[in-house]
Design a protein around this ligand. Sequence first.
Ligand SMILES: [Zn+2]
Length: 189
Amino acid sequence: MKVHPPDPSHPLPRRAFWSNEPPLINIRTLLSLVCVVVATVAAHAAKPVEAPPKASDPSRIFKAGAATSDITPAIGAPTVGVWAPVPSTHVQDDLYLRCLALDDGATRRGFAVVHSVGVPREVIDVAKRLVQQETGVPSENLMMSATHTHSAPSARGANALVMGGPLEEYQKFLARRIADGVRRALNNL
Ligand SMILES: [Zn+2]
């Protein structure tokens, strides 16, 4: 291939940085990104680091406790999972809720997972209130959920779409069992 020497009458093409093609990133955008990165790094650097717990402080030992509670309703309770709930005629397997309690030496937290298609807010509120009254663990430290099984009686009351009514018998039983399950998990810390 023949290489021609540079022709002074044809200036070299300008560097891509100054080309008329649209740049990949606007210089202002680039500066903004740099500022965000610098500010983020500075904010993290300024954040006080929590002192690690002293190994000699026994109150700072991390502990966990667990418990299960039977929540099987009476035979005859309507089973969900089909278009129209049908009364149960047998208990294939008992239903349980499972609870976990955690304690880092400063804060206690409780968790409950209920094997049910859904647990209304009202039931959860009662359970949390009971735990708070009986153990001192504040309700904001409690997390409760349901597995959404379609093979068990519902805990959502006669009309799952109407909220705020008085609790039915099974809902009262469930609230008490959830609270007791969390208490038992806390006892097992
Ligand atoms: Zn469903």
